[in-house]
Every structure is written in structure tokens, then in C-alpha cells.
Ligand binder design. Structure first.
Ligand SMILES: [Zn+2]
Length: 286
């Protein structure tokens, strides 16, 4: 594997951070030309940088993942995110984080996922929710494999009668109900993936100096590997080198579906794991 100098590693980390975890095609192209390597090798070489975004106060086990689309030729960083003093089931895994970055940035296709370590069963199931997951190539430190090989005889969305998949494009609704929330948050609400509970949901974190962060729920057919909208937004913050503890937060808003709401308690528990006290504004779409 290519060894990247400390200077270049820092420069790339800064670029990725200012791009909330996205590595555009132009940057990937220039790195492939500079080192005369192909994309798979490059993705694997960039993994140590992805792992630097990890926040793992419980395990101290830093995981990095990079999702890549051979259609858009862009790459998306992910890292694990643990919350002190909150249930372990709330941890965001690096592979979930990378897919979340791709999805929130409008990506509709993932062809490869490079990971610093073999994906756990939870992540194999999470990846299985993605559109055309059976074709995704998994790049590990010592071998390249496929999701089909890592998750044979799988339980997938179709087993619960769900014909949609994560990253499928669904047209956002244009009708805007009268809610005290931003239009951007409403867009994320409509783009969220909740085929099992029906509870579409999204979160907006407004900071004083670092812009706004958004997250959406990404449900899973096995239910437990689902990602809540607050976890999704906090993962995006981590990839920008930030956390709630380190910035001035102006407002946090959760929007979910009145009829099926199930995210309010989860958001409260995650926020309680931070030392600061945060009020969360809650809005419901009826
Ligand atoms: Zn995992």
C-alpha cells in the first residue's frame, strides 16, 4: 500500500474536513496521477486519514471507511462515533458513516467500500440495505471481497416486502406544510428512508460559526442497524472535525412524522451523553 507523507496526510485531512467528508473526483484524479495508482489502491491508502475522524472514547478503536461510486467517481469518508454514557446500540459505525456521507451529499450509487478492518455483522446488514448492494466490492487491508461473499443467504428489504432501497432516488415533495422549520430541513425530512416504521425524520443542527449540519433516518430491514437522524447529523459534524462539545450550538431541531413518531426519545438520550445541556426543538409533520 502507498505510504502518504505526514504533510500530505494533513493537507488532505484539512480538505476532507472542509468538505464534510466528501472527496471530489478532481482530487482523486490528481492523487491517482501523482502516485500512478488506480482507484482501489488509492482508497485503501486514504483509510488512515478516514480513521483520524473517529471519535471512540469507549473502545479507543479507530475505524475508517470510504464509500466510492464508479458512476460519479467521488469518494465519501466515514468514521466510527461513540457516545460516552449512552447505550452502545447508539454508536455509529464507520461503514454507516461513509454511506451516510454519500447519501446526504446526493450520491445514488456505491460500487466500493474500503474499510480499515473487516466489517462487523451489523455493518454487513446495514450495507445490504443499499441499492444494488450485491454488487458492492469490499476492499479490506489484505483482501478484496464482495458483500455477497460476506453476507450469504442474507435477509434483505424484499423479505419484508420493501421494494425501495437506501440511496434510491425519491422525488422530494414540494408541498410545504406550515411548520416552524427551515426548507432545507424539510428537504432532508422528505429524503429520509423509513420504509419500515413509516416515520420519516430529519435533524438540523445550527451552529454559531460553523454552518448547519443535517441528518436523516436510514432504517434497516433488521431494524437494529438503523441510523437515527441525530446520529446521522453528528457523524457529519465529526467528519468536519467538530462535535457538539466543541462548538457554539444555536439550535437543534428534530422533525418527524406525527402519526409514527419514534425518534424523540432517542435524540434526548444521545444529547444527554454530552456534557453540555441541549434543548431540542421538535416539530411534527401530520
Ligand atoms: Zn460495524
Amino acid at each position: 500500500m502507498l505510504t502518504i507523507s505526514k504533510e500530505l496526510e494533513q493537507e488532505l485531512q484539512q480538505k476532507i474536513q472542509s468538505n464534510s467528508g466528501v472527496i471530489p473526483k478532481t482530487l482523486l484524479d490528481s492523487l491517482m496521477a501523482k502516485f500512478d495508482i488506480e482507484i482501489k489502491q488509492l482508497l485503501q491508502s486514504l483509510l488512515p486519514i478516514a480513521a483520524r475522524f473517529s471519535i471512540a472514547p469507549i473502545s479507543n478503536f479507530n475505524v475508517g471507511a470510504i464509500a466510492y461510486s464508479s458512476d460519479s467517481e467521488c469518494a465519501y469518508i466515514g468514521s466510527n462515533l461513540e457516545f460516552n454514557h449512552a447505550a452502545l446500540c447508539l454508536v455509529v459505525h464507520a461503514e454507516q458513516s461513509a454511506i451516510n456521507t454519500a447519501w446526504l451529499n446526493g450520491e445514488t450509487h456505491i460500487s466500493h467500500i474500503a474499510i480499515t478492518d473487516a466489517p462487523c455483522g451489523h455493518c454487513r446488514q446495514f450495507i445490504n440495505e443499499v441499492k444494488l448492494s450485491e454488487q458492492i466490492e469490499i476492499l479490506l487491508p489484505n483482501t478484496n471481497t464482495s458483500l455477497s461473499e460476506l453476507l450469504p443467504h442474507s435477509f434483505g428489504p424484499a423479505d419484508l416486502g420493501n421494494e425501495t432501497r437506501l440511496l434510491d432516488v425519491s422525488a422530494p415533495k414540494t408541498t410545504v406544510p406550515k411548520l416552524p422549520i427551515s426548507s432545507e430541513l424539510l428537504k432532508h425530512y422528505h429524503a429520509s428512508y423509513a420504509p419500515y416504521s413509516g416515520n420519516k425524520s430529519a435533524v438540523e443542527i445550527v451552529t454559531a460559526q460553523h454552518g448547519n449540519f443535517y441528518g436523516r433516518c436510514a432504517e434497516n430491514v433488521a431494524y437494529n442497524p438503523s441510523l437515527s437522524p441525530l446520529q446521522s447529523a453528528l457523524s457529519q459534524m465529526a467528519l468536519s472535525g467538530l462535535s457538539l462539545d466543541k462548538v457554539e450550538v444555536v439550535e437543534i431541531t428534530l422533525v418527524e412524522t406525527e402519526q409514527y413518531k419514534n425518534q424523540s426519545g432517542v435524540a434526548d438520550v444521545v444529547l444527554e451523553s454530552f456534557t453540555g445541556k441541549y434543548e431540542i426543538k421538535k416539530a411534527y409533520v401530520s
